[in-house]
Design a binder for this molecule. Structure first.
Ligand code: NDP
Length: 401
């Protein structure tokens, strides 16, 4: 029986808490805290109505280590699940170290003034967590998260050696808006406008953002344009699965999204450095976030499916093989179950699963870990049981590009 403290009350948090409430034998008590309490109260009310489970709520500014540590002391959870924003990661890790509690998140730390998507700051906490006998699990979302677990599953069961790995992230959903992002707009736009980078033969190859395009036919979605991008799991996979010669990440974008993004970029609205406006500094991207639809508000209108997975080429018993492991998630079904669209759903479910595996002791370690450092099997089993079933296909040949 374990109590968790969840921090952040956006779409991902909402899904994770709805999912935790369906496993009361693991999550015996949930306290949900965020910057604005009314968001927590709304999630708690929905969970109560759907599953009859009582979630306690609280307010905290997670940038404030003292305030977060005080809340942890008061709640005394077994685990803190950080579903706020990447900016809060280090402050929440500090609060966990101070209070002696395990930690989990879904996105790596980001300094506010630079889009880096690097693990170095969080990896630097390894010795402190190890010495304290605590565990931190990084990147327990879909990508990073499930895509990294798919890679270790392939390595354990489908191929003896992986030579190339391509992660394909397709959102075939339509929310009916001219321009909206399906998770936090600020983080999403920072990610998409950063230069593309992939890993090949021990080095990183950088190309301009959105400059490499391929067409791929996604199961249950159809043909989509996908673009080479940098994504944070590339760094940890290259570190923890060093045999892989090439790792790439692809994401689909519609022409409409790219057209708007190009204009916003050209006029300077995606900048993350401060500009003076009416006598005070503002960050254009933060202002843009304020006028865009909240991702959580898109659930009601989004139709279609996501399809995210890994294609790996390598050898099995001396024979060359290409395998594809993927999940398809339906926006409308996700909304019916949790009141959130599939992008929040595909992140919130793995956050719940990572938390469950830590609480039950199925995954245990002392220090800071990425998800691919653990046995994929219990995680893969829980994906099937908790709304994100996956499929395995053998492809006749490697990707032609
Ligand atoms: P949202 O913007 O919807 O939610 C973020 C929440 O964090 C909001 O409730 C916000 O509060 C709260 N928050 C922000 N700052 C603070 C603070 N200082 N103290 C306390 N709470 C704070 O984001 P999402 O739910 O879409 O995403 C959540 C996380 O999941 C992000 O880190 C995102 O990068 C990650 N993610 C990971 C994915 C993966 O596959 N690994 C995919 C998608 C997202 P308020 O409501 O007051 O603004």
């Amino acid at each position: 029986m374990s109590k968790v403290l969840v921090i952040g009350a956006g779409g991902v948090s909402s899904v994770a808490v709805h999912k935790m409430a369906q496993l009361p034998e693991i999550f015996s008590a949930i306290v949900l805290a965020s910057r604005r309490r009314f968001k927590c109260d709304a999630i708690a009310a929905s969970v109560k109505e759907r599953f009859g489970y009582d979630v306690e709520t609280a307010e905290v500014d997670a940038d404030d280590v003292d305030a977060t540590a005080a809340l942890i002391e008061q709640v005394r959870p077994k685990l803190v699940v950080n579903l706020a924003l990447p900016y809060q990661d280090l402050a929440i890790m500090d609060a966990c170290l101070r209070t002696g509690v395990d930690y989990l998140d879904t996105a790596n730390y980001e300094p506010r003034d630079e889009a880096k998507f690097e693990y170095k700051w969080q990896w630097a906490y390894h010795d402190r967590f190890r010495e304290a006998g605590l565990m931190a699990l990084l990147g327990s979302g879909f990508d990073p998260g499930v895509t990294s677990v798919f890679a270790t599953y392939i390595r354990k069961h489908l191929l003896d050696r992986i030579e190339t790995l391509d992660i394909l992230d397709c959102n075939g959903g339509d929310h009916g808006q001219h321009f909206a992002t399906n998770f936090n707009p600020e983080i999403n736009i920072r990610e998409v406008t950063a230069p593309a980078r992939h890993y090949e033969d021990g080095r990183w190859i950088e190309t301009p953002a959105l400059s490499t395009k391929q067409v791929f036919d996604f199961d249950q979605v159809g043909e989509k344009n996908m673009y080479l991008m940098y994504h944070e799991e590339l760094e940890s996979l290259a570190t923890h699965l060093p045999e892989i010669e090439r790792i790439r990440f692809w994401m689909t974008f519609g022409d409409q999204y790219l057209k708007h993004l190009e204009v916003l970029q050209n006029v300077g609205m995606t900048r993350i450095d401060p500009v003076m406006y009416e006598g005070r500094e503002i960050i254009p991207l933060q202002f843009l976030k304020a006028v865009l639809p909240e991702p959580a508000s898109l659930g009601e209108t989004t139709k279609g499916k996501t399809n995210i997975g890994d294609i790996a080429t390598g050898t099995k018993d001396g024979e060359r093989k290409t395998v594809y492991v993927y999940n398809v998630c339906d926006h409308e079904e996700a909304f019916r179950e949790t009141g959130n669209q599939a992008v929040s759903y595909t992140t919130g479910v793995p956050a719940m699963i990572g938390a469950a595996l830590m609480l039950t002791g199925a995954w245990r370690g002392e220090g800071v870990f990425n998800i691919e450092q653990f046995d994929p099997d219990p995680f893969m089993e829980m994906l099937n049981q908790n709304g994100l079933p996956w499929q395995v296909r053998e492809l006749p040949e490697p990707l032609p590009f």
